[in-house]
Design a protein around this ligand. Structure first.
Ligand SMILES: C[S@@+](CC[C@H](N)C(=O)[O-])C[C@H]1O[C@@H](n2cnc3c(N)ncnc32)[C@H](O)[C@@H]1O
Length: 245
């Protein structure tokens, strides 16, 4: 099955700046956005990647300057609101340092925040004078609080999710990869088979990979060529032999 959204083919990932590409996505054409945007921290992908050998970590990860972060966030979120269907929703990952900008951006774009989820994970970093950061924020927001997709899979779906980070089996690693299980959980709750799932900051491609494994359509943008190549290789491996879901 093929399909298009404006100039973009479905089940495809594109190289480019999301701020430039998103205006090409037609209004009200995307069912769900799941994204882990750049954090505007001095992220040393090669050096600070805890127990991983630096030379095998994909570098070139694109960061945003701290001073530009609110304007950047407000701009992409306004586009996110425009392209979502009226029953669509967005899940935005955020560390605590830029959470304020993410919350302001969601409000400014017109979203209603439904849940503030906490993703709790293991993080074996030694600290001397502070607590070890072992959680991430996930903001679940909708266009229309009266009508949005929510498949109540568990009887009491709680807002704290404990899911471990994945161990990379391959030779090349990316520093910010989300666990597939985590993204699949979001997709099961907030989309249905055949829905279009979009990630404007694709990184290693987890959102597209999770969508393909659950029979959702996907579209993704990534500004760094090495990351896009990496995501395409992951997607090609699924097409060759679908992984167990
Ligand atoms: C936190 S990572 C995403 C990680 C991803 N969820 C995964 O599982 O691998 C953010 C990604 O956004 C990309 N990026 C930064 N600015 C961008 C922009 N303006 N347009 C598109 N991609 C961008 C970065 O290069 C990085 O790969």
């Amino acid at each position: 099955m093929t399909g298009r959204r404006g100039p973009f083919s479905l089940d495809e990932v594109y190289l480019g700046d999301s701020l430039e590409l998103m205006p090409g996505v037609p209004s009200e054409s995307v069912d769900l956005i799941v994204t882990d945007p750049p954090f505007a921290i001095d992220f040393r992908a090669r050096k600070g990647n805890y127990n991983r050998a630096g030379d095998r970590v994909l570098n070139g990860y694109c960061e945003i300057d701290r001073d530009d972060y609110l304007a950047f966030t407000t701009q992409w979120m306004a586009e996110a609101f425009r392209i979502l269907t009226t029953s669509g929703s967005v899940y935005v990952f955020s560390g605590w340092s830029n959470l304020k900008d993410i919350l302001i951006g969601l409000d400014a774009a017109g979203f209603t925040t439904v849940n503030h989820l906490i993703w709790k994970y293991q993080f074996g970093v030694f600290t001397k004078k502070k607590y070890v950061t072992s959680h991430y924020h996930i903001l679940f927001a909708v266009r229309n609080p009266k009508r949005y997709t929510f498949n109540k899979i568990d009887h009491y779906p709680e807002d704290v999710w404990e899911i471990n980070r994945e161990y990379w089996k391959g030779k090349v690693k990316t520093p910010t990869k989300l666990p597939l299980q985590l993204v699949q959980k979001i997709l099961r709750y907030s989309s249905n088979e055949g829905d279009l799932v979009f990630d404007p900051f694709l990184g290693s491609g987890t959102v597209a990979v999770a969508s393909a494994t659950l029979n959702r359509r996907y579209l993704g943008f990534e500004i760094v060529e090495d990351y896009l190549r990496f995501a395409r290789a992951r997607l090609a491996r699924i097409t060759d032999s679908p992984p167990p879901v």
